[in-house]
Design a binder for this molecule. Structure first.
Ligand code: KIV
Length: 310
């Protein structure tokens, strides 16, 4: 059957689990790395079946599944529960857990402890943290503890307020130089990859040519070694304002609303359930059951009367 021109893994073909050396190889070979967020078991299974390379349990779960209005409020326990569900749905992509705001900034010890929880309790392969500055030290400490770290620079939503809002970063020479310095510092700290978010394409291109590690872009143009999009954005599960860098590949929210509306209408009209949704019973068993219900003792049975507790 045609896959409609889409590049998909062959049905039933065993894929090898993604590794850090393989990601580095992909970068060197100019093979684009595909990363997507997932926050639960069904989205993990979609990512697995679609054959993506890296799955990020992003702290964007805060907005996309938990109903917070930014990524700031989400906590470790919430992230661990979501990451563990994603882990149960994956076999091949590399699984990265996003360290939430407040889970790593205060000290290297706190950062290592929480990174270890993503690995031990949720089954992640690596963690991601945001920003340069003090996050470079945290990244180095986590790498030294044996946990792979992905950096994240440019627009870092956890600190969007100090960046002046959800805006592209690196739009002046001075700010672009800062983004470059952060990228180089995170690479030197041992990060295996770095996310560039909302950085002008030309700035990204100039920086990534000086980096050895793979880079993953979101609103950073085509020069990165791969791209990431938020699951709910690319599927059209979200409605309302979308960042410029989002491309919607489906309108799943509309499909879901239409389906639930059809279901509601059919329940109300009595069209659903139909015979194919029902179970049957052998007619002889049914007659016997009816005889049982018609017995004197059952027919005269009273409804249970609740007595208030003393
Ligand atoms: O949380 C998230 O979804 C992210 C991606 C945008 C990289 O950090």
């Amino acid at each position: 059957m045609s896959s409609g021109g889409r590049s998909q893994p062959e049905a039933g073909a065993a894929r090898t689990p993604m590794t850090l050396p393989r990601l580095a190889e992909m970068k060197d070979a100019g093979e684009q790395i595909v990363m997507v967020t997932a926050y639960d078991h069904p989205s993990a299974r979609v990512a697995e079946e679609a054959g993506v390379d890296v799955v990020l349990v992003g702290d964007s779960a805060a907005n996309n599944v938990l109903g917070y209005d930014s990524t700031v409020p989400v906590g470790m326990e919430e992230m661990l529960m979501l990451a563990a569900a994603v882990h149960r749905g994956l076999k091949t992509p590399l699984l990265v857990g996003d360290m939430p705001f407040g889970s790593y900034e205060n000290s290297n010890e706190l950062a290592v402890q929480n990174a270890q929880r993503f690995i031990k309790e949720a089954g992640c392969d690596a963690v991601k943290l945001e920003r340069g500055g003090s996050s470079v030290d945290r990244a180095r400490a986590i790498v030294r503890a044996g946990i792979p770290v992905m950096g994240h620079i440019g627009l870092t939503p956890q600190t969007a307020t100090s960046l002046g809002g959800y805006k592209a970063q690196g739009k002046t020479a001075a700010r672009a130089a800062q983004v470059a310095e952060e990228a180089l510092a995170l690479q030197a700290a041992g990060c295996f990859a770095i996310v560039f978010e909302a950085v002008p394409a030309a700035v990204t291109e100039a920086i990534v040519s000086r980096l050895e590690v793979p880079t993953i872009g979101i609103g950073a143009g085509p020069a990165t070694s791969g791209q990431v999009l938020v699951f709910h954005d690319l599927l059209g599960l979200n409605t309302g304002h979308m960042a410029r860098f989002v491309k919607r590949y489906a309108e799943v929210h509309r499909t879901m609303v239409d389906a639930v509306s059809d279901y509601a209408a059919e329940v109300r009209s009595g069209k659903f359930p139909e015979p194919e949704h029902m179970y049957s019973i052998d007619p002889a068993e049914l007659s016997e059951f009816r005889r049982y219900l018609d017995q004197e003792s059952l027919a005269s049975a009273k409804a249970w009367e609740w007595e208030p507790l003393p």
